[in-house]
Design a protein around this ligand. Sequence first.
Ligand code: NI
Length: 136
Amino acid sequence: MLKRFGVSLNEDLLSKFDNMLEEEGYTNRSEAIRDLIRDALVKKDWLNDSIEIVGAVVMVYSHHQYKLAQKVTQTQHQSYKNVLSSLHVHLDSDNCLEVIVLKGKAKDIRQFGEKIISTKGVKYGRFIGATTGSTI
Ligand code: NI
């Protein structure tokens, strides 16, 4: 059931908000506010270790780097209970892209992300925290 509520904002802040919505392609304020609320709820889930969450690591590395591919695989085996899936793409003759999808307690999967991204030789790495969808 949808409920309506009124929000009071100063004109300047509302104008900035509307400009942002236009840039991001929102067609109405309600959808943007719903997304902001969901984003805040997911961020809160990330602080709660009793909730199961999902995330992903995206990384780029050279397969010529000594033992790096082996270390990345080893780290995943050590955390096999949190690794749902991984995707390896040979980007060109030197570089590999790997996406690792994780599920588990926030602390565990964040630590996994930090460990794998900080592995020596990783050229680029980002950890993305998401949600299983059951709490929003
Ligand atoms: Ni490769």
